[in-house]
Design a protein around this ligand. Structure first.
Ligand code: ARG
Ligand code: ZN
Length: 879
């Protein structure tokens, strides 16, 4: 079934209060629910009570209303996905108390949606529609209820820790039982079912506390399997920083006395913001120097922040329906990005976020899964937890912030909470709060919510030397019939003096074509357009040709850190594309070499920024830039590699000197994860990448391997270890022995740690070796490999699909392997299989032969029995 946004209708009857009992036994859990039913005060009047339930998971045992048993047919009907209690079974005004008993088998729940078992513990995941896999209920976010009395009963030895949302009420032994105990939790805040959570397990924890700005004490506790408790400190520090940041930045305080987090090994997504009881994928919460890279640390901080910030943007004010998902996700991603930027470096964070937007979201927007940030329809909502809803959604929020300024944005947020606290609302409600609080019109801006695809903005300029006037003409093109409202932050730099003569100004492009004038200029200027990436668009010169001289100028002088980096990236891109077309030109090579040299020698630049400025755009970003013509990913891989090698050869001695001086600087220092240390590692590892890319001759292979092995052996933490392993993984010839030795050593040093083993699988799946597919196939037989753990599955299979050079091999074997893996995973976990399936749907852009092969695999998949999730992706891919 396909669901449409335009078909939204309020419920007739709702549940306003629920008490539940979970009786957890080995192989069977009995769930008893007592629900207070009322006619929906915002609905059409009392009617039938419609409950959602997944009958493949939930077995109905009994139903009563106000103590009277109901009979099927007379009082209720059951059909796939639905249980309807007839109006006649309720009081005339639509009220009543409904008691249901159902049975579920969490041990057999491989979808990891609903109540399931992850290793030794039980846990839940209810967003978006997992609660219906626990019991029959109006499982949609506009049904807000108080979960007043949640009782969990289980074996005391195996499951000493019993948790649910909200406040702890009591616990005790179950009288007359053999070793069973129970706990009761109560959440005073009304919430939709997707925020419900229970956990039962034999868990260790760390505890802390936080005093809110108004003086309320909050108990903080993070739980994990006992062997991982020593890896929870960074998450706890991040949590306290998040709490403080939201108070300082938005005046938002935490609202319960307890904040619990549980780390779970088997989890489909990153984490989940259940009220007062977040559940985290272990990959996004565990961190210690010997197992986590700097990027892992950043991710932990970001996701801890993200889930915490959801408490206001998501939980206190939630979504009316799932089409509004970006209301909470786009906004919360924006908030976590700002938080991470403030904790480290805003400039570095912005570059990272735009890199990922371009590599993932732009690609999604250019393919068959393209959708507006507020989708119009879905078959499986789980398919719409996308880069578009999340990352592009965050860019839309960022545009409000850019246009209204931070102060105006805050006013809008304040009004949003004043109006909507405790309710489920729409994206239009958010936009109205922003508009009303600032007394401006944001109607046209609303088009961003309904327009799929990446808009293009072209620019053209002209300078009138006599009058001292610079004219910048911007033209937009998008999938919207009428023009979008696009903020284009722009500054001007004097061509002669190199000084900025017009500071950043937000140009509001509202028409198809608009000319903006700047007067009082002494000399001609170079415009720096779309500073800070002020809108999620592609910026292209009207002539179609990049002005490389201007780029070189900006790469050296732009005062906007983002655009300085961007100019360098564009020069790199030009050079890679020239190589792709036949050969690098001397002019562009010179520009690139000059920029590279200056950057490498710059002693004032932040090391992370420097590392990013020395790094070529990713293959997926390059592929995305090429849209229009047929993309050959293997050729892109080669051309990008050729440019890297050319740079590495040209600057070999400078790179070596920089590597050595950085090594010296870092020697003997205590291991730290702060901006400075992270930057140093990032820069040195970037340089290592260049130094190990030259391996044509036996001599060079030996030298590269020796350097990487030494880097591995002197590594002070996982970041450096991974950089070395990454370089070694792609070595062949004289480097093969070192590669195999270190690979084995890494495996042994992992000592069974799941997250470290994931890295071991990934690095091999991403290697640049001719036989990588065979290696990956062999790894699927490794005793540590399993399809049923999402992290492990992604670490090998999805990582291989990201290895464009291997995945897109001309014989189509890469496609076949992914299609077969997707089919196998689909039997276990549709959320994971459908995500993996998206790697096959982009066939249109890859030229006839590859397209036919990819399409053929989709065709074969479509002839099998698929989950709804995978069906939707395959079907869109074939259309
Ligand atoms: N709300 C969660 C987060 O962004 C993600 C949950 C995704 N769940 C899913 N079934 N797709 O923090
Ligand atoms: Zn979220």
């Amino acid at each position: 079934t396909e669901y449409f946004r335009k078909d939204y209708e309020p419920l007739t009857n709702i549940v306003t209060k629920i008490n539940m009992e979970f009786n957890i036994q080995d192989g069977k859990t009995i769930v008893t629910s007592e629900m207070k039913i009322e006619a929906n005060p915002n609905g059409p009047g009392a009617g039938d009570l419609v409950l959602d339930g997944d009958e493949t998971c939930v077995k109905l045992v009994s139903l009563e209303v106000d103590g009277k048993a109901l009979s099927e047919g007379d009082d209720y009907t059951l059909s796939p996905g639905k249980l309807v209690i007839k109006k006649s079974a309720l009081k005339d005004d639509g009220s009543g108390t409904l008691t249901s008993v159902v049975e579920i088998v969490p041990e057999e729940n491989t979808q990891l949606s609903g109540l399931y078992k992850s290793g030794p513990m039980y846990c839940t995941q209810c967003e978006a529609m997992g609660f219906r896999r626990i019991t029959y209920y109006p499982d949609r976010p506009d049904n807000m209820a108080v979960f007043e009395h949640i009782k969990i009963e289980a074996d005391k030895d195996s499951y000493p820790v019993l948790l649910s949302n909200g406040n702890f009420v009591e616990k005790g032994d179950v009288e007359g039982s053999e070793g069973r105990h129970y706990a009761v939790w109560s959440d005073p805040f009304p919430k939709p079912s997707y925020l419900f959570c229970v956990v039962a397990g034999d868990l260790g924890s760390i505890k802390d506390s936080y005093t809110t700005s108004s003086g309320k004490d909050v108990h903080l506790e993070i739980f994990s399997e006992k062997e991982n408790v020593n890896k929870l400190d960074y998450a706890m520090e991040s949590l306290k920083r998040s709490m403080k940041w939201d108070e300082d930045k938005f005046g938002l305080e935490y609202d319960l006395g307890i904040y619990n987090i549980v780390a779970v090994n088997d989890f489909n997504m990153g984490a989940m913001e259940n009220k007062g009881l977040n559940v985290f994928n272990t990959a996004y919460v565990l961190a210690d120097p010997s197992t986590a890279t700097d990027t892992d640390y950043e991710r932990v901080e970001g996701v801890i922040g993200h889930e915490y910030f959801h408490n206001w943007t998501g939980n206190r004010v939630t979504c009316r329906d799932w089409f509004q998902l970006t209301l909470k996700e786009g906004l919360t991603v924006f908030r976590d990005q700002e938080f991470s930027g403030d904790m480290g470096s805003n400039a570095v964070k912005r570059i990272e976020d735009v890199q990922s937007l371009r590599a993932r979201q732009f690609a999604e927007d250019a393919g068959p899964m393209s959708h507006p940030i507020r989708p119009e329809s879905y078959i499986s909502m789980d398919n719409f937890y996308t880069a578009t809803v999340y990352s592009k959604g965050a860019e839309i929020i960022r545009m409000y912030n850019t246009m209204l300024t931070e102060e105006g944005f805050r006013k809008g947020m304040d009004l949003y909470f004043e109006r909507h606290d405790g309710t489920g609302v729409t994206c239009d409600d958010f936009r109205a709060a922003m508009a009303d609080a600032n007394g401006i019109d944001l109607d046209q801006f609303g088009l961003w919510y309904s327009t799929p695809g990446t808009p293009t903005v072209t620019y053209d300029s002209e300078f009138d030397a006599e009058k001292g006037v610079f004219k910048l003409t911007l033209t937009q093109k998008s999938n919207s019939d009428t023009p979008l409202h696009i903020p284009i932050s722009t500054g001007l730099i004097d061509k002669v003096t190199g000084e900025e003569v017009v500071a950043t100004k937000v140009l509001e492009l509202k028409e198809e074509t608009q000319t903006f004038e700047f007067d009082g200029l002494k000399n001609d200027v170079i415009p720096s357009i779309l500073r800070g990436f002020s809108a999620p668009v592609k910026l292209v010169p009207a002539s179609g040709e990049m002005d490389e001289e201007a780029l070189a100028f900006l790469a050296a002088r732009d005062t906007d850190g983002f655009n300085r980096w961007e100019a360098g990236q564009r020069l790199f891109t030009s050079l890679v594309f020239q190589e792709l077309d036949g050969a690098m030109t001397e002019t562009t090579t010179d520009y690139v070499f000059e920029a590279f040299k200056r950057t490498l020698a710059d002693t004032n630049m932040d090391s992370s920024i420097k590392a990013y400025a020395l790094t070529l755009p990713s293959e997926s970003t390059l592929a995305e830039e090429l849209s229009g013509s047929a993309v050959d990913p293997v050729a892109i891989h080669k051309s990008r590699g050729a440019v890297r090698k050319a740079i590495a050869r040209k600057f070999h001695s400078e790179l070596q000197a920089a590597y050595e001086s950085l090594s010296k600087e870092m020697e003997g220092k205590d291991f730290k994860v702060d901006a400075e240390a992270v930057g140093q590692r990032r820069l040195r590892n970037t340089i290592l990448g260049y130094l190990t890319v030259i391996k044509e001759t036996a001599e060079e292979q030996k030298a590269a391997a020796e350097l990487a092995v030494n880097h591995y052996e002197t590594a002070t933490g996982m970041t450096d270890k991974m950089a070395a392993l990454n370089a070694l993984a792609s070595m062949d010839g004289e480097g093969a022995t070192s590669r195999d030795e270190i690979m084995q050593r890494f495996y042994e040093e992992a000592n069974g740690d799941a997250l470290v083993l994931n890295k071991w699988f990934s690095v091999q799946a991403l290697a640049d070796l001719p036989d990588v597919l065979d290696r990956v196939k062999a790894l699927t037989k490794h005793p540590d490999f399993t399809m049923s753990n999402p992290n492990r599955c992604r670490s090998l299979i999805s990582a291989f699909a990201m290895n464009a050079n291997a995945f897109h091999a001309e014989d189509g074997e890469g496609y076949k392997f992914i299609a077969e893996s997707v089919a196998a995973v689909d039997k276990l976990n549709p959320q994971i299989s459908s995500r993996m399936g998206t790697s096959l749907i982009q066939w249109r852009k890859y030229g006839e032969e590859r397209a036919a092969l990819m399409k053929g695999e989709l065709q074969k998949l479509s002839e099998q029995k698929l989950s709804d999730d995978l069906f939707e992706v395959v079907n869109r891919g074939l259309k």
